[in-house]
Design a protein around this ligand. Structure first.
Ligand code: ADP
Ligand code: ASP
Ligand code: MG
Length: 451
């Protein structure tokens, strides 16, 4: 398939938070006639409320949350010239949310959660189409569940690329010729037609998957920051924008917690070599970051990322001494519980590891279950420490350079580093620190490495 001129543009929660934000996002869409497909998140705050409802709430709490959702969406409808038609449709969605929330209060399930949570994106896209219609733009609402086919791992479903590509060809491509198509991020459907979600923040991933299936020229991720920065500008206000960054570097950043891109976003982009642009829908003139195949003179230190709420598991067993096969046993248990290990260090009689929370479930449920701990405890003594943070330094050829250790750890003397991983990847060096120290560690490192 040859590359087209088509651009897929994705707008995150803050970019569709209210009527004004939706109009600014519409301006961005209309500024480039190559943008044919628009992928939207739910209006800011809605997904969190829906997740809470899906956890099961008492009637009073439930009513309050439903009111809050209604308030956010009605505030948009009230600004439309002819809001009545769309109000009926949104009301139907809200009735559905109320009914499903009542069900969740009786018994929660991951399938029910995904069905419930999907209403955020269904509503924001309906409202955005109406905003465009009032601006006399020919646009069409498209239910993305017709094409994003996934497995049935609710909460963190994985796409079936072959099915997705052929469904996009049949169902989506023909529509792109006649109108601007507005569709949902984050959601999909499994083979029985039940709604699934791709994990929190998954709309970026949806845009990339659709971009790949359409062989787009570019995937634009419009958010609330004008690009990818040397670290989260909320943590370090003096962080600098990176104008151009490679897929590998950006993927490392996303994996290690830079929320600006969902960790899986770059997989489709890399596979099909489609550049990804990141910019701010509030300030499109500020430009942004382009993520592509190559960047000129990639620096030794590129960025810092921070991942909170990390759990450290330390497994001790004297049986490990001069033994064979102990690691296999541990990893077999973890695999059986569907857990992938993130970082790992070992000594003669102990293993320290963290769990990979990449693409965590939509509800953010803990990966560490009692069943897993019981099984591990039959093998060794298990120590669990919560509330740690993972700090990652992203760079290039880090494991080949000299003096990296001194430059990084020299300034971190006042802090207790719990686990250090360095050498396996030439793109990163990372370590765990107590959660409460994390931001100070990032600020100290940023000042030393980037300012
Ligand atoms: P959206 O709702 O548009 O998907 P997100 O909140 O998921 O937006 O992502 C944008 C946020 O990512 C920013 O507000 C910023 O605080 C955070 N962020 C974390 N790391 C970085 C980074 N390195 N560069 C830019 N933003 C970052
Ligand atoms: N609305 C979903 C979330 O809040 C997906 C997204 O915004 O990317 O996680
Ligand atoms: Mg996001």
């Amino acid at each position: 398939m040859s590359q087209s001129t088509l651009i897929v543009a994705k707008f995150g929660g803050t970019s569709v938070a209210n009527f004004d934000a939706m109009n600014r996002s519409a301006d961005v869409v209309l500024a480039d006639s190559n943008v044919r497909l628009v992928v939207l998140s739910a209006s800011a705050g809605i997904t969190n409320l829906l997740v809470s409802l899906a956890e099961g709430q008492q009637p009073e709490q439930r009513a309050a949350m439903l009111d809050e959702i209604r308030h956010i969406q009605y505030a948009i409808i009230d600004r439309l010239q002819h809001g009545d038609i769309i109000r009926e449709e949104i009301d139907r969605m809200l009735d559905n949310v109320a009914m499903l929330s009542e069900g969740a209060a009786l018994a929660t399930s991951t399938a029910l959660t995904d069905e419930l949570v999907s209403h955020g994106e269904l509503m924001s896209t309906l409202l955005f189409v109406e905003v465009l219609r009032e601006r006399h733009v020919a646009s069409e609402w498209f239910d993305v569940r017709k094409v994003i086919r996934t497995n049935d791992r609710f909460g963190r479903a994985e796409p079936d690329m072959a099915a997705l590509t052929s469904l996009v060809d049949q169902q989506l491509k023909p529509r792109l010729r006649d109108a601007l198509v507005i569709t949902q991020g984050f959601i999909g459907s499994e083979s029985k037609g039940r709604t699934t979600t791709l994990g929190r923040g998954g709309s970026d991933y949806s845009a990339a998957l659709l971009g790949e299936a359409l062989q787009a020229q570019r995937i634009d991720i419009w958010t609330d920051v004008p690009g990818i920065y040397t670290t989260d500008p909320r943590v370090v206000p003096s962080a600098k924008r990176i104008d151009e960054i490679t897929f590998e570097e950006a993927a490392e950043m996303a994996t290690f917690g830079a929320k600006v891109l969902h960790p899986a976003t770059l997989l489709p982009a890399v596979r099909s070599d489609i550049p990804v642009f990141v910019g701010s829908s509030k300030d499109p003139a500020a430009g942004g970051t382009i993520v592509c195949n190559q960047s000129e003179n990639p620096p030794l230190f590129r960025a810092l990322a921070l991942r909170r709420k990390q759990t450290l598991l330390t497994l001790h067993s004297l049986n490990m001494l001069h033994a064979r096969g102990f690691l296999v046993e541990v990893f077999t248990i973890l695999a059986r519980h569907d857990i992938s290990v993130d970082l790992i260090t070992t000594s003669e009689v102990s293993i320290a590891l963290t769990l990979d929370t990449t693409g965590s479930t939509s509800t953010g449920g803990s990966l560490l279950t009692q069943a897993l701990l019981t099984e591990l405890s039959s093998l060794c003594r298990v120590e669990v420490e919560e509330n740690l943070a993972l700090v990652a330094i992203i760079g290039n050829k880090l494991s080949q350079a000299c003096g990296v250790g001194k430059e990084v750890f020299g300034v971190l003397e006042p802090f207790n580093l719990r686990l250090i991983c360095y050498g396996a990847s030439s793109y990163n060096l990372c370590f765990l620190v107590p959660g409460g120290d994390a931001e100070q560690v990032v600020r100290t490192l940023h000042q030393n490495l980037f300012e």
